[in-house]
Ligand binder design. Sequence first.
Ligand SMILES: [Zn+2]
Length: 450
Amino acid sequence: MTRWLAEYAWLPDHAEPTPDVLIEAEGGRITAVTPLVGGGAAPAGVEVLGDAVRLPGLTLPGLANAHSHAFHRALRGRTHGGRGDFWSWRDVMYDVAARLDPDSYLALARAAYAEMALAGITCVGEFHYLHHGSEGRPYADPNAMSAALVEAAAHAGIRITLLDTAYLTASVDGAELAGTQRRFGDGDALRWAERVDAFRPENDHARLGAAIHSVRAVPAEQLATVAGWADRNGVPLHVHLSEQPAENDACRAVHGCSPTRLLADHGVLGPHTTAVHATHPTSADVALLGESRTGVCLCPTTERDLADGIGPARRMAEAGSPLSLGSDSHAVVDLFEEARAVELDERLRTRKRGHFSAAELVTAATVGGHAALGWGDAGRLSVGDRADLVTVRLDSARTAGVPPVGAFFTATAADVTHVVVDGRTVVADGRHLTVDVPAELHAAIREVTS
Ligand SMILES: [Zn+2]
């Protein structure tokens, strides 16, 4: 039994944090959540042991990073020298991809995931398409790269949903993969499924999911094969959707419809599916996503970094799409920044304030993200859920004097002091307990960029 005494805790279905909450856990699960009456006095029958770990500040449930490409962390700060757009950024990204192998990817992902742990992220959704060796030759273990990512998450102390991504063609009209892209391809969707079937991460910290890279990368007639595999295995299915107007234009030219319509017609949408970005949907697309209860994962810091645009977050939420958040390219790893960007981007677009409440943003960053990654038992400070705790200090230069309800609009990842994942302490006093994060990031990135 472990006990924590949170100065403030964000409890489920509360509009704001509750003061003085005793949280107890055993075997990695929360066994009791008890608000103490009047700031310290325990209700009858509840004993506050002297060995309860005190958590000064605001304690949140674990944050879920629902969209990651771990190797993009090596690009941070290297793509700002000139002009360009998503497509020129992608060329630089391919240069790094070309240099990775299972050993160097393990080192880079371990450091990247440990940075996420420092930021309060207890679970990552890794949208993984760098499957094969140079020129597309499979490794002796065709899932060696997937295994490296699962091992990296274990070293960093966080959970992972490995979203094994089908990436088969270079364009909507079916152009063959070329250059570095050949490392992504399995030939066709059946061979993709065959490879993924051979990989079963056997560990409590890892789950498998599926992904369709985009309508550019999976031919229309093979979409149902990937969606059917996810459905049969009862796992989440993710897909990049309408990140770029050029994707919409190409899809219309080839198929005569929007990417969302194409996915809907091939059985891809639904409550177990998450559309990543959805930056440029039509009104009809927003309705299709909402009516099917397809989730939407917003990645605002990447979308701003790549000059993608601003997605209609409020309209998609109102149409029925649950929201989650991702750091995607890792230009920034800070879910507080992602969360407030959802609100602030709406303000810039509409010139009005107040689109999302703090509680809605907390939901997207916690239970929304975990649900999108297939962890229905995480993301809430409630009995029976996984014991994930993320404590944010309220006495830093950024947060001093801020009411706890305002922390999501003021705190940064640097204000996270204590992180518990499945009952185990991973970060204490702002330090990762097993990984020297800056040193490992430096070494791993030098290895693949110098
Ligand atoms: Zn992505």
